[in-house]
Write a protein that binds this ligand. Structure first.
Ligand SMILES: C[S@@+](CC[C@H](N)C(=O)[O-])C[C@H]1O[C@@H](n2cnc3c(N)ncnc32)[C@H](O)[C@@H]1O
Length: 557
């Protein structure tokens, strides 16, 4: 699951600081106390207090000075997690000084021993060594890999507590990054929409092949060997592109997708097949990734599965035994091979071959049928996407007289625009990926929609003439990926002055920043904001992960 990389064009000076949000700003603050005070607010805790009950530094290496505590790398501390912040990390503070430590896989209220692994200017990162007392909302994670896998981070937190923490995070970011008051949010911000189905909700999983099964420190030495049995197929260890945790089942994907994974795990290491995993350090080996996608047959609504092998070269005979094994699974209707000869880790091939069945599968969303190819973007939680798109439609308040123009920015395969097209005059969609644009056009045809135009273009590089390519829209939908919108696009929207903007975001930090720009302006660039935030609706699309989606309605003020 990708983490946000915030490019420098997004930075600006704000009167707050958050250790994990520093690159949202133009100037990093030298004083850790300012950072701590702001982190307090971002993480929903009261401002830094000397009476904090958290984090008693049990200093093995140095004696902590209460007023100028700074941890050493390797030092172990007894800590208490106070809250969950951006990227799902637990926030802990050192008693007396309030120095902030960030730790993966700890839950609010949990007391634990941690070791300092990394120091930054105004905070440090800690690895949990041992839980002393768990959080009251701790539950047993159903997945055997949950404590080591880079996919789920909070399976061991009661789902209700997960969504509470996500809602709080959106609120705090909107206040401290977006500069909206708590009072304003009382009427604007809606309670988070939880996800009814918390397992088997993902329609796409991508696993990687690796030459060695990665094991966490505590399991090292258990059953490792030097033959093919040690080859890995699974998910990356958190933070490592070259370490693969072998998984035989993933509780986030569908049941037939797990049957496919099990069938492949069953045979791919057999030495007579001559299959080798790609080694991303030596660049030797054949099998790079395995992508399993679950769609639905438009007529029967039964699941249909696409399997995509990403390989370093085109050798269909080598894949034949795997293809024969999985084509016997009734739900498998498509087996693809993307050949990627580059040394990079991407799963998009330079060439794509159909090894069995058809080259696309189908999915139904808000009554429309979408054809999805191996590399198309499609919302990964279809059921929750229905709810998300309904919220977007509600925000759009379409008149129904077919008079409105919709501009769908970052349109992907056109799904949002197409679900609105039948009730408006015309939809114009913009997207950088050429294949997504051709999928969008094909999906329009498939559904008999002829009032949608999809244009390939980079929205980070729009020129002065961008607005000449379409009539002035009544409704703008903008759904950027995690870095949010480029300043050029913000300026364009402020000049365009469309009556309604619906901002769909998968990163509440950049969302809060962009809402601030659109509503309050960009003082350092002498730009005035001209929108009013009318509603802010967090939606949980991805239980057990730190990801949060929001739908924001902005109206011209
Ligand atoms: C979060 S997805 C949204 C897709 C679509 N709205 C949907 O709901 O399925 C963001 C989309 O923005 C596209 N994108 C990313 N950077 C872009 C850029 N600089 N210019 C245009 N599109 C971009 C991505 O390829 C991706 O399809």
């Amino acid at each position: 699951m990708a983490t946000a990389a915030l490019p420098s064009f997004h930075i600006r000076r704000l009167n707050f600081s958050h250790p994990l949000l520093l690159n949202l700003r133009t100037h990093s603050l030298s004083s850790s106390s300012t950072a701590l005070a702001s982190l307090d607010s971002v993480s929903s805790e009261p401002a830094q207090s000397n009476t904090s009950t958290t984090a008693n530094p049990r200093n093995d290496n140095v004696k902590a000075k209460p007023t100028s505590f700074y941890p050493k790398r390797g030092q172990t501390l007894e800590l208490e997690c106070e809250s969950i912040a951006y990227k799902g990390k637990g926030v802990c503070k050192v008693a007396d000084t309030g120095f902030v430590l960030m730790c993966d896989r700890v839950l609010p209220g949990e007391r634990f021993i941690g070791r300092v692994t990394r120091k930054k200017d105004n905070y440090a990162e800690v690895k949990k060594l041992k839980t002393l007392s768990p959080h009251r909302d701790a539950v047993e994670a159903p997945c055997e890999y949950a404590s080591h896998c880079g996919g789920c981070k909070t399976q061991n937190l009661l789902y209700e507590a997960q969504v509470r923490a996500k809602e709080l995070q959106v609120r705090e970011l909107t206040v401290h990054v977006g500069r909206f008051s708590n009072k304003e949010l009382e009427t604007i911000m809606k309670p988070i929409v939880p996800c009814d189905i918390q397992f088997h909700y993902r329609n796409k999983m991508e696993f990687s092949f690796g030459p060695k099964k990665w094991k966490p420190q505590e399991l090292l030495g258990e059953g490792s060997s030097n033959n093919n049995d040690d080859y890995a197929l699974g998910l990356h260890a958190p933070g490592f592109f070259d370490k693969v945790l072998n998984v035989d089942i993933c509780l986030l994907q569908s049941e037939p997708a797990n049957r496919v994974l099990a069938a492949i795990q069953d045979i791919w290491r057999e030495s007579q097949l001559g299959l080798s995993p790609y080694n991303c350090r030596s660049h030797a080996g054949f099998l790079k990734h395995l992508m399993i996608r679950t769609g639905r047959d438009a007529e029967t609504s039964l699941p249909e599965i696409m399997v995509n092998f990403v390989t370093a070269s085109y050798e269909p005979d080598l894949l034949k035994p795997l293809v024969e094994k999985i084509e016997a699974i009734p739900e498998v209707v498509s087996i693809m091979n993307n050949v990627n000869t580059s040394v990079g880790n991407t799963s998009v091939g330079e060439m794509e071959y159909t090894l069995y069945g058809k080259p696309t599968i189908r999915e139904i969303l808000r009554g429309l049928t979408f054809q999805i190819s191996a590399n198309s973007f499609f919302q990964t939680n279809t059921r929750q996407a229905e709810i998300l798109y309904k919220l977007i439609e509600d925000c759009a308040c379409i008149k129904g007289d077919g008079s409105e123009i919709v501009l769908d920015l970052f349109c992907g395969t056109g799904t949002i625009g197409l679900t609105l097209a039948r009730r408006v005059k015309h939809v114009y969609g913009y997207e950088v990926v050429p294949q997504a644009i051709s999928d969008a056009g094909r999906n329009a045809k498939l559904n008999g929609i002829d009032n949608a135009t999809f244009i390939q273009g980079d929205l980070n590089k729009i020129g002065e003439n961008f607005g000449n390519a379409f009539p002035k829209p009544d409704i703008v939908i903008t759904d950027p990926n995690r870095p949010g919108m480029h300043m050029k696009l913000i300026k364009f929207l402020l000049k365009l002055r469309a009556a309604t903007i619906i901002y769909v975001s998968c990163n509440p930090a950049t969302c809060a920043r962009d809402l601030d720009y659109l509503c309050h302006g960009v003082a350092e660039k002498n730009i005035n904001g001209c929108y009013k935030l009318r509603s802010l609706q967090p939606v949980d699309m991805f239980p057990h992960t730190p990801h949060i989606e929001c739908v924001c309605l902005l109206e011209l003020s």
